[in-house]
Design a protein around this ligand. Sequence first.
Ligand code: PCA
Length: 323
Amino acid sequence: MKLIKYFLTIFASLVLFSNVSLAEKWDMALAYGAGNFHSANATEFAKNVTEKSGGKLTIVTHPGGSLYKGGEIFRAVRTGQAPIGERFMSALGKEDPLLEIDSQPFLATSYSDAMKLYKATKDEIAKSLDAKGLVFLYAVPWPAQGLYSKKEINTLDDLKGLKFRAYNSATIRIAELTGMAPTKIEAAEISQAFSTGAVESMITSPTTGKNKKIWENGVKYFYDIAAWFPKNMIIANKDAWNKLDKATQDLVRKEAALAERKGWQLSKRGNVADKKALADAGMVVGKVNSVLQKHFESVGATMAKEWSAKAGSRGAAVLSAYK
Ligand code: PCA
């Protein structure tokens, strides 16, 4: 009996020790290339935490989908295969419709509205992620989304049948309501998809077009629709989180808040500079004409109804907090 007690005590203290382990190493899964501002920002966040934690937590970033691809990161962090990672929120509408609120066209068309929308949704999103064993750390928007096309777009007919690269359910729906032919493709595969002719149009930020040197794949036109600012979020696995002591958790939270502020600034800068980069590379950068603008607005109105039906009372609550 004594012996059993003795071993139980040893076992208990081992468990305890492993829970407050002194040196943790987190591999951070990032989907976008090292040169992307989201990745650069996350890398600075990781460096700051590592340097200031006094050896208690080292975060090593893996950009460009080198640890897990974009489409795998949410699951990898949830299951603890990766303790921390970044994921494009609006690709996760099936997990929670609130995660795709930031890709609903014309709901928030400026950075200040995007921030307001973020504030109205953040707690509710963090709560639903928590229930899935995840700790929400910070979120940063991409610059305003615009339409890329190999050929010039003047009428709705020009869009009909276009092979369209989509990145989430919302862009698939826009394509359907427009008569385009959507295929969901992660950012890492964009260049290949355009160069092989698998797609000939997409909606994304000037940043992604610039990073991919999209003009090298025969894409000549960028139409700045600027109807939404979709975000990436950084999430941690809750078991990994619980292994950190309180001071380290506080440090991570503090650095996450700082990274969020810097990230929004970088995004704003890119929203101007990256459009200029597209034009400097010889692309035609402009707006859609008023007929097309009206079309996209009516698509947005249809999608707003569909989203509200999906998101139910939680959706209604965040929308009224936003408005
Ligand atoms: N770039 C990412 C998501 C949104 C954006 O601007 C992409 O195209 O996949």
